[in-house]
Design a protein around this ligand. Structure first.
Ligand SMILES: [Zn+2]
Length: 438
C-alpha cells in the first residue's frame, strides 16, 4: 500500500465509530470521510488470480474448463477467508451473505463473474467479483451492520451468454442447456460440473421483489472514460442489441464475358451496403453503433461475378426507438441499393435483445457515492452485455464502470490501473451503504 493511500485509509478507519455501528450513521459528512475498502488486499487478490488460466495467448478461464474450476475454487476461498460460508446454487452461481439487522428487508445484491473469454484478460469479471467480496469483508471487518442482508454473487458462465444470471431469473430454456460451451461441454454438463443441479434449476430462480437492488462493478471495456479523463462511469443501461443476417442475391456469371453494365454483382451491392450502414449511423448524432462484421461470398472465386453474399449487421443503442428507426433505415437502404445494382436484399433478424435500463435511484446512490469520495464521473451506456442486463428484469439495477487502459478488453492486453480498481470498489462500498439507508 502506498503511504498516501495508507494514510487516507487509516484516517477513514479512525473516523469510523466502533463496532456495531448502524450503517446509516456512516453517511459521510464534512467531518467524517467516506469509508474505504482495503485496496491493497483487493489488488493482491487480482494479482494472484492472474496466474490461474494464464497461457501464452492470455487468460483462458472459459466456463466449465479446468481453469474455470480453479478460478472458482480460488473465489470460494476468498469468501471463506473473509468469514463467509459460500453457497453454490443449483445454477452454479456462488453466493455469500452478510446478514442484516432487519429480517423483513430483501437483500442488496452485488457481484460479477470470474470466467473469461478465450485469450482474454484478468479484469473483465474479477474486478467486480473480488470488489464485491472486499466490500462485504470491509463492512464485516469494520463492524458495520447493514439493515438489509448483503449478498455477494459470482455468476457462472457469463461469457457464454450470461447463463448463470439467466438461470437466476428463470430465462433459460432446455435448448439453451443443450448448447455446447467453449469448453466443449454442454451447458447442462457444465452446470453439474461447477456444483449446480440442472434437474433442480427452478430453485435458483429469483422473482420480482426478491431483491432490494443489484449493483455490479465492472471494467468499462471501452475507452470513453480514459479519453474524457474521468474516474468512474455511472452506467445508464446496457444497450439493446439487434443482429441481422442479410442475404443479397445477384447472378453469378463469367467475369470476362459479362459487360460492366450487365452485371448483378452481389459483392458490389454488399460493399455499397456496408458503406451506407456506416454513413447512416454516423450521420445521426448519438451513440448508436452498427457493424457489418461478416460476409460470406459465393462462389468466392476470382473469375466469377459474385452471385450471392450473406452478411451480418450488429446494431446497438440504449434507446429502443433508435434501434427500431435504424432497422427501418437499413431495410430501406437495402431496397435502394438492390434496385441500383439489380440485386435482391433479404433481411432476417437472428438476435434481438432489448436495452436494459438502469434504475434512476440506484444510479443516484452510485453518483452520490462517487461524489462523497471526490471522484470524477459521467453517466454512460454499456456497449457490452453483462449479468446486470438479466437481473434488470427482476430488480432495480445499475453498474459502476472503471477505466480500461486503451479501451482494450477481451484481450491479454486488458488492463485497469490498481488505483482505478480501488476507486470502483470504494464507490461500490458507499453505494451499498446509501442503498441501505432508510
Ligand atoms: Zn464481464
Amino acid at each position: 500500500m502506498k503511504r498516501r493511500v495508507f494514510l487516507r485509509h487509516s484516517a477513514a478507519l479512525a473516523a469510523l465509530p466502533l463496532l456495531r455501528t448502524p450503517a446509516a450513521a456512516l453517511a459521510p459528512t464534512a467531518q467524517r470521510a467516506a469509508p474505504r475498502v482495503n485496496g491493497a488486499r483487493l489488488n493482491g487478490w487480482l494479482a494472484k488470480f492472474d496466474s490461474i488460466g494464464r497461457t501464452p495467448g492470455g487468460i483462458n478461464r472459459v466456463a466449465y474448463s479446468e481453469a474455470d474450476l480453479a478460478g472458482r475454487a480460488f473465489t470460494l476461498d476468498l469468501f471463506r477467508e473473509a468469514g463467509f460460508t459460500p453457497r453454490v446454487d443449483t445454477a452454479g452461481n456462488i453466493f455469500g451473505r452478510l446478514d442484516g439487522t432487519d429480517r423483513s428487508l430483501k437483500p442488496i445484491l452485488i457481484g460479477s463473474h470470474v470466467d473469461s473469454v478465450t485469450d482474454g484478460g484478468n479484469f473483465d469479471g474479477p474486478v467486480g467479483s473480488f470488489g464485491a467480496i472486499e466490500v462485504a469483508r470491509t463492512l464485516r471487518g469494520q463492524g458495520v451492520r447493514l439493515r438489509h442482508p448483503l449478498d455477494v454473487v459470482v455468476w457462472s458462465n457469463e461469457e457464454g451468454g450470461t447463463i448463470g444470471s439467466k438461470c437466476a431469473i428463470g430465462h433459460i430454456t432446455p435448448a439453451d442447456l443443450d448448447k455446447v460451451a467453449r469448453s466443449g461441454k454442454t451447458i447442462r454438463e457444465g452446470i453439474g460440473l461447477v456444483g449446480g443441479k440442472v434437474e433442480r434449476l427452478s430453485e435458483a430462480v429469483m422473482k420480482k421483489g426478491d431483491l432490494a437492488c443489484y449493483i455490479e462493478l465492472h471494467i468499462e471495456q471501452g475507452g470513453l472514460l480514459e479519453k474524457a479523463g474521468l474516474q468512474i462511469g455511472v452506467v445508464e443501461g446496457i444497450v439493446g442489441l439487434r443482429w441481422f443476417e442479410v442475404t443479397i442475391t445477384g447472378f453469378a456469371n463469367h467475369a470476362g464475358t459479362t459487360p460492366m453494365d450487365q452485371r448483378q454483382d452481389a459483392m458490389l451491392a454488399a460493399a455499397k451496403f456496408a458503406v451506407a450502414v456506416n454513413e447512416a449511423v454516423r450521420g445521426v448524432p448519438g451513440r448508436t453503433v452498427a457493424t457489418v462484421g461478416r460476409m460470406t461470398v459465393s462462389p468466392n472465386t476470382t473469375n466469377v461475378i459474385p452471385g450471392q453474399v450473406v452478411l451480418t449487421v450488429d446494431l446497438r443503442d440504449l434507446d429502443a426507438a433508435k434501434v427500431a428507426r435504424f432497422t427501418e433505415r437499413f431495410e430501406q437502404l437495402g431496397r435502394e441499393i438492390g434496385t441500383a445494382t439489380r440485386t435482391a436484399f433479404d433481411f432476417k433478424r437472428t438476435v434481438d435483445s432489448a436495452p436494459a435500463i438502469s434504475d434512476p435511484q440506484v444510479m443516484s446512490w452510485i453518483d452520490g457515492a462517487a461524489a462523497s469520495l471526490g471522484f470524477t464521473r459521467q453517466r454512460m451506456p454499456s456497449g457490452a452485455g453483462h449479468d446486470a442486463q438479466e437481473i434488470a428484469h427482476i430488480a432495480p439495477m445499475a453498474m459502476i464502470f472503471v477505466p480500461s487502459v486503451g479501451g482494450i478488453s477481451h484481450s491479454p492486453r486488458e488492463f485497469t490501473k490498481p488505483d482505478d480498481v480501488v476507486r470502483g470498489a470504494d464507490v461500490l462500498l458507499n453505494a451499498v451503504i446509501a442503498a441501505d439507508r432508510p
